[in-house]
Design a protein around this ligand. Structure first.
Ligand code: BEZ
Length: 211
């Protein structure tokens, strides 16, 4: 078990999934990835989460982001449960579910928190960049279903800030003003972001750059 932090390389693994065996780094290719765990198959909150992610799949695709889920259950359970998800949520999982019944990946990613449960994974979310580095690590308790619009929002921010010398303010959404990073002098800011607004010397806003 290792603690995985932002900036670390995402541990590579091979695993059986509902879409065949995957080798994680190879499967990610040159794009972005989201790896998320849920405690157990055939549980209510997880059912809603997987249905929601299936509905949002086109949004992940638009962002060149592959999604893969994990729980410590077997392929045959994942497959049976998928039809329940389709029946109750309107969409079956359209992304791979890792069958981690030997807890190999869960251990690698520190997804079992023994003071919460010895046997079930917590609700972890990892966003992995094209450089295979961890860009975000979130942990939710079993009783709280995640907000996957927030995950998309973070991906938007990560993809924007990887390209431009900006950061995104609290609650930022696509199309809203962004913050010019401290590494950019006022002279450089004038060139890159003409007409930028200075609220404080350390707080400078500009419209979201395009391209
Ligand atoms: C659920 O997904 O509903 C759930 C899973 C494990 C513990 C509690 C709730």
């Amino acid at each position: 078990m290792t603690t995985i932090r932002i900036g670390d390389e995402a541990p590579d693994f091979t695993a059986e999934t509902t879409e065949g065996k995957i080798s994680f780094h190879e499967w990610l290719g040159n794009g972005w990835g989201v790896l998320f765990s849920h405690p157990r198959d055939f549980t209510p909150v997880c059912t809603t989460e997987l249905g929601r992610v299936a509905k949002l799949k086109p949004e992940f695709d638009k962002r060149n982001t592959k999604v893969v889920a994990l729980s410590v259950d077997a392929i045959k359970d994942h497959k049976t449960w998928a039809s329940d998800i389709e029946e109750t949520q309107g969409t079956a999982p359209n992304f791979p579910l890792i069958a981690d019944d030997d807890k190999k990946v869960a251990d690698l990613y520190d997804m079992i928190h023994p003071n919460a449960s010895d046997t079930q994974t917590v609700r972890s979310v990892f966003i992995v960049g094209p450089d295979k580095k961890i860009k975000l690590n979130l942990t939710y308790p079993a009783s709280t279903g995640r907000n996957f619009d927030e995950i998309l929002r973070v991906i938007d921010s990560l993809q924007l800030t990887a390209k431009h010398k900006v950061a995104t303010p609290s609650d930022w959404k696509q199309g809203e003003d962004v913050i010019i990073t401290a590494a950019v002098s006022n002279e450089e800011a004038e060139e890159r972001f003409p007409g930028f607004k200075t609220v404080k010397p350390y707080l400078r806003y500009t419209p979201q750059p395009t391209g």
